[in-house]
Design a protein. Structure first.
Length: 569
């Protein structure tokens, strides 16, 4: 198995490497629970991945911020600056989040949702838009497919039912839907919180339909198609036979993640770990890990630890000696962004700016991940179809010239001299080309592609497996709901705890708890407390927050202690 974490510069290079190596098992949590569901769901619905239009003369009048805090977690071209500028300029916010944060304080409406119930809220908002005829009739009639079916599906998600499911008042749900319909242009800023349930794909589809029904798709200041300036690198899909691709773990059970329905599949992480432990459906004996602290970022750490210890060989490439790297047989020093050349397009997946990242320094024996992929393939006699990483960069940049003649003959050396290029944004691109990049040529509210493989073609809500409603027996022993969504500006998932200047600002993990709930358990603010769930127990310091629901707590994820003795830290 080839395992990797978030890393924008090496992401598709890893796919290319795995395919050239001959393994169908390229494992990425990101494909399951961080961005992957949004990308795929949007491709099924719109044929592309839209983003907020911060870039034109017309700014969003309102941004629907759902399961994200871009004021702190500024991924993909530093969105935190854009959204702060928008709010200062008068953009209104509707924020959907169970935890108060920087943006909830600025919001015109804050919907304090029960964690995991986002799909019900999205369908409830769609129901109000449709039943009160607040949708954009002209756009819906001309540019959507399956509206009648969606209307029928949404009927049962009335404000009363949705309020019971989500813990948001009926009045707030109705007010949010009417504001969404009224304020234009409206856009959508969403995060990975909505992807952390088994039904994430349908949740994302439901949320993603809101800009379409309100006529805010690809308009100035709305939810826009990117210019797709930078072609993705060739991941060498042809290097794997159909027979080998069918061996991707989870391909049958999860066709949109691991099967042929996904052009860039990821094997299912929990099933891959199970194969490491049990040898079923076949043994996995080794793991090449790149930029992935698996013990901290994959669910159920005890199980991950058991799986990794059962392997014959582990290689781990990273910037620092993490707990995962400490288990490895071989640790390779990775180059940081300051130590590598790269071509990057942003915002990610909707590129209208293409940057040249020039190497500033190169220390020790470190290499860029993609340089290692190339050298390994050379030594193993695998065809990587490039002599150097610059061949791959030049092939990408050649694609820009083919699409935009002003950049004909662009290559890495030329881009180094001009640093970056910016493609002017065009709007209503679906009109210019005569339709959307979907089978019907329209926004697919009803997905025939999903119906063809036996999946539900319409979004629906499904209660999460362990909640007060699905497992009342479990709720007797574990009465509180745990969510782990709040981020620290100093850290990124499990990274940077070992950097003293950052650690000084955020020295220990904290669990957010309502003072009323804390009093029930005899907890004082600042106490180290146990947080126990069916799979184990951890300790964090109590931080009081009066605006969190008393039935919910929020703890930080990704914590380890570099100053403690390894390998467990």
């Amino acid at each position: 198995a080839v395992m990797h974490g978030t890393g924008r510069h090496h992401h598709r290079h890893i796919r290319r490497f795995a395919n050239a190596l001959g393994t169908p098992n390229c494992v990425s949590s990101g494909h399951c629970i961080c961005f992957g569901p949004r990308v795929l769901a949007c491709q099924f619905t719109y044929g592309t991945f839209p983003v907020v239009d911060y870039y034109g003369k017309t700014k969003p009048a309102c941004i629907l911020v759902w399961g994200a805090n871009p004021a702190v977690s500024g991924a993909d071209c530093e969105l935190q600056f854009h959204i702060k500028d928008a709010v200062r300029a008068g953009t209104k916010l509707i924020v959907i989040d169970p935890i108060p944060n920087e943006l909830t304080k600025k919001a015109a409406l804050w919907l304090r949702i029960r964690p995991g119930s986002d799909g019900a809220l999205a369908l409830g908002i769609l129901n109000i838009l449709i039943s009160e005829e607040l949708y954009d009739k002209q756009f819906v009639e001309k540019w959507t497919y399956g509206f009648a079916e969606l209307k029928e599906r949404c009927k049962k998600y009335n404000p009363k039912l949705v309020s019971e499911i989500t813990w948001i008042s009926e009045e707030q749900i109705i007010a949010a839907a009417r504001m969404i319909a009224k304020v234009k242009p409206l856009s959508l800023e969403w995060g990975c919180a909505i992807e952390h349930t088994p039904n994430s794909f349908q949740t994302v589809r439901a949320i993603g339909m809101i800009p379409a029904l309100t006529g805010n798709f690809d308009i100035p200041g709305g939810f826009i198609e990117g210019m797709d300036a930078l072609p993705g690198i060739d991941i060498l899909r042809g290097s794997l036979s159909d027979e080998q691709r069918d061996k991707c773990i989870g391909a049958k059970a999860f066709p949109f993640l691991a099967g042929k329905a996904n052009m860039n599949p990821s094997s299912h992480p929990p099933l891959t770990l199970e194969a490491m432990i049990t040898g079923k459906p076949y043994p996995i004996k080794g793991a090449l890990i790149f930029g992935n602290n698996s013990l901290l970022s994959l669910p159920n750490s005890k199980n991950v630890y058991k799986a990794l210890l059962n392997l014959d060989f582990i290689s781990c490439m990273d910037l620092f000696m993490t707990p995962t790297a400490a288990l490895a047989d071989l640790v390779l020093p990775a180059a940081s962004w300051m130590e590598l050349d790269e071509v990057y397009g942003g915002p990610y997946r909707a590129e209208h700016v293409v940057l040249c990242q020039k190497k500033v320094i190169r220390t020790g024996e470190c290499k860029a991940d993609e340089e290692v992929f190339l050298e390994l393939c050379k030594r193993l006699g695998r065809n990587y179809q490039a002599e150097t990483v610059y061949d791959i960069f030049d092939e990408q940049l050649k694609g820009i010239g083919e699409k935009y003649p002003a950049y004909k003959d662009l290559d890495f050396e030329k881009l180094k001299k001009i640093n970056f290029i910016k493609i002017p944004i065009e709007y209503h691109k679906y009109k210019a080309r005569g339709g959307f990049k979907t089978p019907s040529g329209k926004v697919e509210l009803y997905s025939q592609v999903m119906a063809d493989v036996g999946a539900d073609p319409l979004p629906y809500y499904e209660e999460i497996p362990e909640s007060p409603y699905s497992r009342p027996d479990l709720a007797k022993e574990y009465p509180l709901i745990l969510t782990t969504g709040r981020r620290s500006q100093q850290f990124f998932i499990s990274e940077h705890r070992q950097i003293p200047s950052l650690r000084k600002k955020d020295p220990f993990p904290r669990v957010i708890i309502n003072p009323t709930t804390a009093a029930q358990y005899g907890i004082n603010e600042g106490d180290w407390i146990y947080i126990e769930a069916p799979r184990g127990r951890i300790t964090q310091k109590a931080l009081f927050e009066k605006d969190i629901d008393p039935r919910v707590i929020n703890c930080q994820m990704g914590w380890w202690y570099p100053e403690a003795e390894g390998p467990d830290y």
